[in-house]
Design a protein around this ligand. Structure first.
Ligand code: ATP
Length: 314
């Protein structure tokens, strides 16, 4: 039998993930399923825990790490798991955004997600994105972004209002309010994007998203054609539009309607570089990781995950 390890962020969704873990723990104990659980104690801890688990008992057996938390905790686990050939990653949504579960067909209900993992089917080897910034390397599973969306992530990750609204299950309202606030304060910049050797200058850019799967920002269909099985990343550039039109575009992203706007450009590529005259904020899977310039690369078939999709694509 595979060894099962849980990495749990009880702080995800402003502490509401604790209730998710209690349900999971109870279910595992009733079913008599053997497991080991590790709890994150600080930001970045999940990377270390993943490496510790990976190095345990190197007897050639495949281990499953199940993340209970949000996309930020999963992001850390992925960064600890890259290159580990005998790890598979499962996910039980316990965060506020949970875009990974949307993109990879994992049920939002914790027990349904656990049952999917316990069934041991639907393993998929998927692509990830690699970001190189000077000597630092980071990986992402969902998406990375430059500009307006990173500014929203930064504000959301520190927002006291979001913390309060999360406790009332109104996390989405908090995001909406932050988007509106940033809409009136964010300053657009010119960005140079090179996709597989072809460089283009885009003027007055709101944001650039590089996506490995369809969803971002808590359910927005930013990259409707993205797939984590095609060896490519989808690049979305939103530029040269007024604040009011951006609001309209943002709303239309929920159903993928933004694809029809001439100010929204979409490409696919393997090697992407993003440059600006002044540093612009960058996020990866919703976590702020630094600022431009950045190089991004699609890394084919890099990670084994448990998905809810029979075809295993994102
Ligand atoms: N014990 C801890 N105390 C404080 N922060 C923690 C702890 N454990 C993990 N973290 C950090 O909490 C942050 C948020 O976690 P996560 O993204 O999983 O939840 P979320 O923000 O509620 O969900 P989502 O990203 O899906 O919106 C991550 O940056 C992670 O590093």
């Amino acid at each position: 039998m595979k060894q099962m390890y849980f990495i749990v962020n009880l702080q995800a969704r402003n502490g509401r993930c604790r209730m998710v873990w209690e349900q999971i723990e109870q279910h595992l104990s009733v079913a008599g399923t053997p497991y080991q659980a590790y709890f994150t104690e600080y930001s970045g801890h999940a990377v270390e825990l993943t490496r510790i688990i990976n190095q345990k008992e190197m007897q050639g057996e495949v281990k499953t790490i199940v993340v209970v938390g949000g996309d930020g905790t999963l992001h850390e686990v992925i960064n600890g798991a890259v290159g580990a050939s005998k790890l598979s990653i499962g996910f039980i949504p316990g965060g506020s955004g949970n875009d990974f579960s949307r993109g990879f067909g994992i049920p939002q209900d914790p027990i349904a997600a656990l049952n999917l993992i316990l069934k041991g089917e639907n393993l998929a080897v998927v692509d990830i994105g690699k970001i190189s910034e000077e000597k630092k390397i980071r990986y992402f599973i969902n998406n990375m972004g430059v500009g307006f969306d990173a500014a929203i992530c930064e504000e959301a990750n520190h927002s006291k209002l979001k913390a309060k609204l999360n406790l009332l299950s109104l996390g989405s309202l908090a995001y909406a309010l932050i988007v509106i606030k940033k809409l009136f304060t964010y300053k657009c910049t010119d960005i140079w994007i090179n996709i597989d050797g072809q460089e283009t200058k885009y003027e007055q850019v709101w944001f650039v998203t590089v996506a490995n799967q369809v969803y971002f920002g808590g359910g927005m269909k930013i990259a409707p054609n993205a797939s984590a099985k095609d060896g490519l990343l989808d690049v979305i550039v939103v530029h040269n539009l007024s604040r009011w039109k951006l609001l309209f575009v943002f709303i239309s992203v929920f159903w993928g309607g933004h694809m029809g706007f001439k100010e929204v450009r979409m490409f696919k590529g393997k090697n992407i570089s993003i440059q600006t005259l002044k540093p612009v904020l960058v996020h990866a899977d919703g976590e702020i990781i630094g600022s431009t310039p950045m190089k991004i690369q699609a890394v084919r078939d890099s990670l084994t995950i448990i998905t809810g999709k029979s075809e295993g694509t994102g």
